[in-house]
Write a protein that binds this ligand. Structure first.
Ligand code: GLP
Length: 240
Protein backbone atom coordinates (compact mmCIF):
# COMPACT_ATOMS: atom_id res chain seq x y z
CA UNK A 1 0.00 0.00 0.00
CA UNK A 2 1.21 3.47 -0.79
CA UNK A 3 -0.18 5.83 1.82
CA UNK A 4 -0.62 9.48 0.84
CA UNK A 5 -1.75 11.79 3.65
CA UNK A 6 -2.98 15.07 2.19
CA UNK A 7 -3.39 18.36 3.98
CA UNK A 8 -7.13 18.51 3.35
CA UNK A 9 -10.13 17.17 1.41
CA UNK A 10 -9.30 19.39 -1.55
CA UNK A 11 -5.81 17.94 -1.93
CA UNK A 12 -7.08 14.38 -1.41
CA UNK A 13 -9.64 14.89 -4.18
CA UNK A 14 -7.14 16.46 -6.57
CA UNK A 15 -4.54 13.72 -6.07
CA UNK A 16 -7.07 10.94 -6.55
CA UNK A 17 -8.43 12.55 -9.72
CA UNK A 18 -4.90 13.00 -11.08
CA UNK A 19 -4.09 9.37 -10.37
CA UNK A 20 -7.18 8.22 -12.30
CA UNK A 21 -6.30 10.56 -15.18
CA UNK A 22 -2.74 9.21 -15.25
CA UNK A 23 -3.99 5.63 -15.55
CA UNK A 24 -6.30 6.58 -18.41
CA UNK A 25 -3.44 8.28 -20.22
CA UNK A 26 -1.42 5.07 -19.90
CA UNK A 27 -4.34 2.87 -20.96
CA UNK A 28 -7.10 4.89 -22.68
CA UNK A 29 -9.18 1.79 -23.46
CA UNK A 30 -9.61 0.58 -19.89
CA UNK A 31 -12.51 0.24 -17.47
CA UNK A 32 -12.78 2.49 -14.43
CA UNK A 33 -15.10 2.59 -11.44
CA UNK A 34 -15.92 5.21 -8.80
CA UNK A 35 -17.84 4.78 -5.55
CA UNK A 36 -20.90 6.67 -4.40
CA UNK A 37 -21.18 8.43 -1.06
CA UNK A 38 -19.91 11.78 0.16
CA UNK A 39 -16.18 11.12 -0.04
CA UNK A 40 -15.74 11.09 -3.83
CA UNK A 41 -17.81 14.20 -4.61
CA UNK A 42 -14.98 16.66 -5.16
CA UNK A 43 -12.71 14.05 -6.75
CA UNK A 44 -15.43 13.38 -9.33
CA UNK A 45 -15.78 17.11 -10.03
CA UNK A 46 -12.01 17.52 -10.38
CA UNK A 47 -11.89 14.54 -12.71
CA UNK A 48 -14.68 15.99 -14.89
CA UNK A 49 -12.79 19.29 -15.05
CA UNK A 50 -9.66 17.47 -16.24
CA UNK A 51 -11.67 15.73 -18.95
CA UNK A 52 -13.39 18.94 -20.04
CA UNK A 53 -10.09 20.83 -20.03
CA UNK A 54 -8.58 18.26 -22.39
CA UNK A 55 -6.07 16.90 -19.86
CA UNK A 56 -7.40 13.39 -20.34
CA UNK A 57 -9.36 11.70 -23.12
CA UNK A 58 -12.09 9.27 -21.99
CA UNK A 59 -13.54 8.59 -25.43
CA UNK A 60 -12.18 5.01 -25.36
CA UNK A 61 -12.69 4.45 -21.62
CA UNK A 62 -15.58 2.49 -20.11
CA UNK A 63 -17.13 3.24 -16.72
CA UNK A 64 -19.08 1.17 -14.24
CA UNK A 65 -20.51 2.10 -10.88
CA UNK A 66 -19.37 0.13 -7.86
CA UNK A 67 -22.54 -0.57 -5.94
CA UNK A 68 -26.19 0.31 -5.38
CA UNK A 69 -28.88 0.12 -2.73
CA UNK A 70 -31.33 -2.67 -3.55
CA UNK A 71 -34.70 -0.97 -4.07
CA UNK A 72 -33.36 2.17 -5.76
CA UNK A 73 -33.23 2.79 -9.49
CA UNK A 74 -30.34 4.76 -10.92
CA UNK A 75 -32.62 7.79 -11.18
CA UNK A 76 -33.86 7.69 -7.56
CA UNK A 77 -32.81 10.27 -4.99
CA UNK A 78 -29.97 8.94 -2.84
CA UNK A 79 -28.96 6.24 -5.32
CA UNK A 80 -25.36 5.76 -6.40
CA UNK A 81 -26.62 5.81 -9.99
CA UNK A 82 -28.09 9.28 -9.63
CA UNK A 83 -24.81 10.40 -8.05
CA UNK A 84 -22.99 9.13 -11.13
CA UNK A 85 -25.44 10.82 -13.48
CA UNK A 86 -25.55 14.20 -11.76
CA UNK A 87 -22.03 14.55 -10.44
CA UNK A 88 -20.14 12.90 -13.29
CA UNK A 89 -21.93 12.12 -16.54
CA UNK A 90 -23.89 15.39 -16.77
CA UNK A 91 -20.74 17.38 -16.10
CA UNK A 92 -18.76 15.77 -18.89
CA UNK A 93 -18.70 17.64 -22.19
CA UNK A 94 -17.46 14.47 -23.89
CA UNK A 95 -18.85 11.11 -22.79
CA UNK A 96 -17.18 7.84 -21.88
CA UNK A 97 -17.09 5.16 -24.59
CA UNK A 98 -19.71 3.34 -22.52
CA UNK A 99 -21.17 3.31 -19.03
CA UNK A 100 -22.92 0.84 -16.78
CA UNK A 101 -25.13 1.79 -13.85
CA UNK A 102 -26.80 -0.71 -11.54
CA UNK A 103 -30.59 -0.68 -11.29
CA UNK A 104 -31.20 -1.64 -7.68
CA UNK A 105 -34.96 -1.48 -8.32
CA UNK A 106 -34.89 -4.17 -11.01
CA UNK A 107 -37.56 -6.82 -10.45
CA UNK A 108 -35.02 -9.46 -11.45
CA UNK A 109 -32.12 -8.41 -9.20
CA UNK A 110 -30.17 -11.59 -9.98
CA UNK A 111 -30.17 -10.59 -13.67
CA UNK A 112 -28.91 -7.16 -12.63
CA UNK A 113 -26.10 -8.80 -10.67
CA UNK A 114 -25.23 -10.96 -13.69
CA UNK A 115 -25.15 -7.88 -15.94
CA UNK A 116 -22.62 -6.21 -13.63
CA UNK A 117 -20.43 -9.31 -13.81
CA UNK A 118 -20.87 -9.43 -17.58
CA UNK A 119 -19.93 -5.76 -18.06
CA UNK A 120 -16.75 -6.18 -16.02
CA UNK A 121 -15.93 -9.41 -17.86
CA UNK A 122 -16.42 -7.72 -21.25
CA UNK A 123 -14.56 -4.45 -20.64
CA UNK A 124 -12.42 -5.34 -17.64
CA UNK A 125 -10.60 -6.22 -15.61
CA UNK A 126 -10.80 -2.81 -14.01
CA UNK A 127 -7.94 -0.52 -14.83
CA UNK A 128 -8.71 1.73 -11.87
CA UNK A 129 -11.05 1.04 -8.96
CA UNK A 130 -11.63 4.07 -6.74
CA UNK A 131 -13.15 3.11 -3.40
CA UNK A 132 -14.54 4.81 -0.34
CA UNK A 133 -14.63 3.05 3.01
CA UNK A 134 -17.51 2.46 5.39
CA UNK A 135 -17.09 2.84 9.16
CA UNK A 136 -17.08 -0.95 9.42
CA UNK A 137 -14.40 -1.23 6.72
CA UNK A 138 -16.75 -2.10 3.88
CA UNK A 139 -15.76 -1.52 0.27
CA UNK A 140 -18.77 -0.85 -1.91
CA UNK A 141 -21.25 -3.15 -0.20
CA UNK A 142 -18.72 -5.82 0.64
CA UNK A 143 -19.73 -5.95 4.27
CA UNK A 144 -17.92 -7.54 7.23
CA UNK A 145 -17.62 -11.29 6.76
CA UNK A 146 -17.64 -11.13 2.95
CA UNK A 147 -15.90 -13.85 0.96
CA UNK A 148 -12.83 -12.37 -0.73
CA UNK A 149 -13.36 -14.70 -3.72
CA UNK A 150 -16.77 -13.33 -4.68
CA UNK A 151 -17.57 -11.36 -7.80
CA UNK A 152 -20.74 -9.21 -7.95
CA UNK A 153 -23.29 -10.17 -5.34
CA UNK A 154 -26.31 -9.09 -3.34
CA UNK A 155 -25.69 -8.74 0.36
CA UNK A 156 -27.63 -7.95 3.53
CA UNK A 157 -26.48 -4.61 4.90
CA UNK A 158 -24.98 -4.76 8.35
CA UNK A 159 -26.03 -2.69 11.36
CA UNK A 160 -23.36 -0.01 10.95
CA UNK A 161 -24.30 0.56 7.32
CA UNK A 162 -28.01 0.79 8.16
CA UNK A 163 -27.26 3.37 10.86
CA UNK A 164 -24.94 5.46 8.68
CA UNK A 165 -27.28 5.40 5.68
CA UNK A 166 -29.70 7.62 7.54
CA UNK A 167 -27.47 10.52 6.49
CA UNK A 168 -28.50 9.82 2.88
CA UNK A 169 -32.16 8.92 3.36
CA UNK A 170 -33.35 10.08 6.79
CA UNK A 171 -36.50 8.13 7.60
CA UNK A 172 -37.68 8.05 3.96
CA UNK A 173 -36.09 4.78 2.87
CA UNK A 174 -34.79 1.77 4.77
CA UNK A 175 -32.81 -0.43 2.42
CA UNK A 176 -31.79 -3.79 3.82
CA UNK A 177 -29.69 -5.06 0.93
CA UNK A 178 -26.99 -3.83 -1.40
CA UNK A 179 -25.66 -4.98 -4.77
CA UNK A 180 -21.96 -4.57 -5.32
CA UNK A 181 -18.88 -5.47 -7.26
CA UNK A 182 -17.07 -8.19 -5.36
CA UNK A 183 -13.67 -8.17 -3.72
CA UNK A 184 -12.36 -10.50 -6.45
CA UNK A 185 -13.16 -7.87 -9.09
CA UNK A 186 -11.67 -5.06 -6.99
CA UNK A 187 -8.51 -7.06 -6.32
CA UNK A 188 -8.16 -7.77 -10.06
CA UNK A 189 -7.96 -4.03 -10.78
CA UNK A 190 -4.59 -2.82 -12.04
CA UNK A 191 -4.78 0.10 -9.64
CA UNK A 192 -6.90 0.61 -6.54
CA UNK A 193 -7.33 4.04 -4.95
CA UNK A 194 -8.92 4.10 -1.50
CA UNK A 195 -10.00 7.58 -0.43
CA UNK A 196 -11.20 8.79 2.97
CA UNK A 197 -11.60 12.07 4.77
CA UNK A 198 -12.67 13.19 8.20
CA UNK A 199 -11.77 12.21 11.77
CA UNK A 200 -14.58 9.63 11.90
CA UNK A 201 -12.64 7.51 9.36
CA UNK A 202 -9.29 7.57 11.23
CA UNK A 203 -9.82 4.34 13.20
CA UNK A 204 -11.05 2.27 10.29
CA UNK A 205 -8.32 3.58 7.97
CA UNK A 206 -5.75 2.53 10.57
CA UNK A 207 -7.30 -0.95 10.80
CA UNK A 208 -7.43 -1.25 7.00
CA UNK A 209 -3.78 -0.29 6.54
CA UNK A 210 -2.13 -1.87 9.59
CA UNK A 211 -4.67 -4.30 11.02
CA UNK A 212 -5.00 -8.02 10.46
CA UNK A 213 -6.17 -9.00 6.98
CA UNK A 214 -9.62 -10.36 7.71
CA UNK A 215 -13.07 -10.46 6.08
CA UNK A 216 -14.32 -8.70 9.23
CA UNK A 217 -12.59 -5.57 7.87
CA UNK A 218 -13.03 -6.01 4.11
CA UNK A 219 -10.72 -3.07 3.27
CA UNK A 220 -7.83 -4.89 4.96
CA UNK A 221 -7.64 -7.16 1.90
CA UNK A 222 -6.15 -4.21 0.01
CA UNK A 223 -2.89 -4.79 1.91
CA UNK A 224 -2.43 -7.69 -0.53
CA UNK A 225 -3.04 -5.58 -3.65
CA UNK A 226 0.19 -4.91 -5.56
CA UNK A 227 -0.76 -1.38 -6.65
CA UNK A 228 -2.99 0.21 -4.03
CA UNK A 229 -2.94 3.88 -3.06
CA UNK A 230 -4.57 5.04 0.17
CA UNK A 231 -5.20 8.75 -0.28
CA UNK A 232 -6.59 10.43 2.83
CA UNK A 233 -6.84 13.86 4.37
CA UNK A 234 -4.98 14.63 7.60
CA UNK A 235 -7.95 13.81 9.78
CA UNK A 236 -8.59 10.36 8.30
CA UNK A 237 -4.83 9.75 8.28
CA UNK A 238 -4.31 10.89 11.89
CA UNK A 239 -3.52 7.38 13.15
CA UNK A 240 -1.27 6.27 10.30
C1 GLP B 1 -21.57 3.61 1.32
C2 GLP B 1 -21.27 2.98 -0.04
C3 GLP B 1 -19.78 2.90 -0.32
C4 GLP B 1 -19.13 4.15 0.19
C5 GLP B 1 -19.18 4.13 1.70
C6 GLP B 1 -18.68 5.41 2.35
O1 GLP B 1 -22.49 2.86 2.04
N1 GLP B 1 -21.82 1.67 -0.25
O2 GLP B 1 -19.54 2.71 -1.70
O3 GLP B 1 -17.80 4.20 -0.23
O4 GLP B 1 -20.45 3.75 2.19
O5 GLP B 1 -19.56 6.47 2.17
P1 GLP B 1 -19.17 7.97 2.47
O6 GLP B 1 -18.17 8.37 1.44
O7 GLP B 1 -20.45 8.75 2.35
O8 GLP B 1 -18.58 7.99 3.85
Amino acid sequence: MKVVVCKDYEEMSQKAAESVAQSIKENPGGLISFPGGDTPLLMVHRFAEMVNGGAVDISKTHYTSLDEWVGLADTDEGSCGLFNRQQLFERLEKPFAGTHLINGAATDIEKERQELDDYIAEYGPLDVSVLGIGLNGHLGFNESGVDFDWNAHIITLDETTRRVMKKYFGEKFHPTQGITQGIAQIMAAKKVILIANGAHKADIIHRAVYGQITPEVPASVLQKHPNCYVIVDQEAGAKL
